[in-house]
Write a protein that binds this ligand. Structure first.
Ligand SMILES: NC(=O)c1ccc[n+]([C@@H]2O[C@H](COP(=O)([O-])OP(=O)(O)OC[C@H]3O[C@@H](n4cnc5c(N)ncnc54)[C@H](O)[C@@H]3O)[C@@H](O)[C@H]2O)c1
Length: 417
């Protein structure tokens, strides 16, 4: 039986999914093919993904292809309750999710998905797959494989592979160009500000925005901060990424220097405690801190909770901490992915690309059942190219084709100046 917050929210959820579908034309085109070919007939797909309107479009695409879907969230604060209610009414779908899940429910729901005995998993952050490997390893011998959505999940999967712990093939959907160079960059770039603005209504122009981490997400966040009129400071631990940030026109500083000058801090490193007590203690009065990395471990909230003098919820997912110095500091989205905790996550258009990657990765697993190495696998580049082409087509855009002469030239080495 499904578990959602309020089944009566389903009509609004259905409307939101309808709007998302309007903006996810390429994924719908794939759905039409799946309807005819039924690639997932007889299979159960277990999912731990943010339960958003876009995810619902993916779920409908997989069930149109014959799958049964068992889904839960992948973050306690990212579920859209109306969408969860709408999904609970879909045929061949079981859903366990609500916004504000306790840790116990979060794991109870993951285990409900596991009890559905998934043939394929789709994870965002690798909690479902680690839970299966650690507590239900007997399922792994019959599982076809899994797909992972995000950078943090891939890092965990690669650690499993390195430790010899990985027991089923895993597709790194995040490694598609049409995923990390689109979703992480344009999606996180925009939706991080959507979340911060809904929580704070802060004017970004004229502010110093400190972006911690200049990877795919950080580049997008920094680009949008600059576009909104901020002075952008980047902190990094990677020489090349720091060099890129400098060449893109941002100021690169150590966090110990940036802490005292920033007005808004955004973590997107996928790493632990990149904002620590000594940084928070040095911050100006009224600064805002937000995280858009996968887990809520980037800001040392435990230290903040224990050392601050008072904590108040002052508005929509905005907590005010009174520091021993008398200054106040605001944390948006409880330090969880701010775009999903305070807003609705990425816009549908960009999720169409990511979820075409997920849908095609599931099909790839089925087509190559039993033949894939037990490793973290990147999809063939033709699939990435197909996704980009289909998206362009649904946007009504056409590109040039290589002439036979150009093809020959590009394949040759004899011709020089
Ligand atoms: N909010 C969202 O919707 C969303 C979307 C996609 C990815 N993510 C998550 O965002 C995080 C970042 O993803 P990405 O694709 O940009 O990863 P990435 O690997 O491309 O970039 C991370 C960057 O952070 C840097 N870094 C690591 N430790 C650091 C530290 N101590 N100080 C400063 N910089 C540091 C790394 O050098 C790297 O350049 C991951 O957790 C990912 O799962 C979130």
């Amino acid at each position: 039986m499904s578990h959602v917050k309020d089944p009566s929210l389903a009509p609004q959820g259905r409307l939101n999914v309808e709007i998302a579908e309007k903006r996810m034309g390429a994924l719908l085109a794939l759905r039409e093919r799946f309807k005819k070919e039924q690639p997932f007939k007889g299979l159960t797909i277990g999912m731990a993904l943010h339960v958003t309107k876009e995810t619902a479009v993916l779920v409908r695409t997989l069930t149109a292809g014959g799958a049964k879907v068992a889904i839960t969230g992948c973050n306690p604060l990212s579920t859209q309750d109306d969408v969860a209610a709408a999904l609970a009414e879909e045929q061949n779908v079981l859903v366990w999710a609500y916004k504000g899940e306790s840790k116990e429910d979060y794991y109870r729901f993951l285990n409900a998905v596991i009890e559905a005995k998934p043939d394929i998993t789709i994870d965002d952050g690798c909690d479902l797959v680690t839970e299966i490997h650690q507590k239900h390893p007997h399922l792994l011998s019959t599982m076809i494989g899994g797909c992972e959505e995000t950078t943090t999940g891939i890092i965990r999967l690669k650690s499993m592979e390195r430790d010899g712990a990985l027991k089923t093939p895993m597709i790194a959907v995040n490694d598609n160009k049409t995923k990390h160079l689109m979703d992480n960059y344009y999606g996180t770039g925009q939706s991080t500000f959507d979340g911060i603005l809904r929580s704070t209504n802060l004017l970004i122009a004229g502010k110093t925005v400190v972006v911690l981490g200049y990877g795919s997400c950080g580049k997008g966040v920094a680009m949008r901060a600059k576009g909104l009129g901020a002075q952008v400071v980047v902190t990094e631990v990677d020489n090349f990424a720091a060099l890129q940030a400098t060449m893109d026109g941002h100021r690169v500083l150590r966090m110990s220097e940036a802490a005292a000058i920033g007005d808004l801090f955004i973590t997107v490193t996928g790493n632990l405690h990149v904002i620590r007590w000594e940084h928070m203690d040095a911050m100006k009065d009224g600064v805002v801190i937000a995280n858009s990395g996968h887990f809520d471990c980037e800001i040392d909230l435990k230290a903040l909770e224990s050392k601050s003098r008072r904590k108040r919820r002052v508005r929509h997912y905005l907590d005010e901490y009174l520091m021993p110095s008398g200054r106040v500091l605001y944390v948006a989205g409880e330090g969880r992915l701010v775009n999903l905790a305070s807003a609705e996550g990425h816009p549908s258009e960009v999720m169409s690309l990511s979820f075409m990657g997920q849908a095609l990765a599931c099909e790839y697993l089925v087509k190559n059942r039993g033949k894939l190495p037990v490793e973290v696998i990147t999809l063939p580049p033709e699939i990435d190219d197909f996704i980009a082409g289909l998206q362009l087509e649904t946007m009504g855009l056409r590109i040039d084709e290589l002439t036979p002469e150009q093809k020959k030239y590009l394949a040759s080495w004899q011709e020089g100046t």
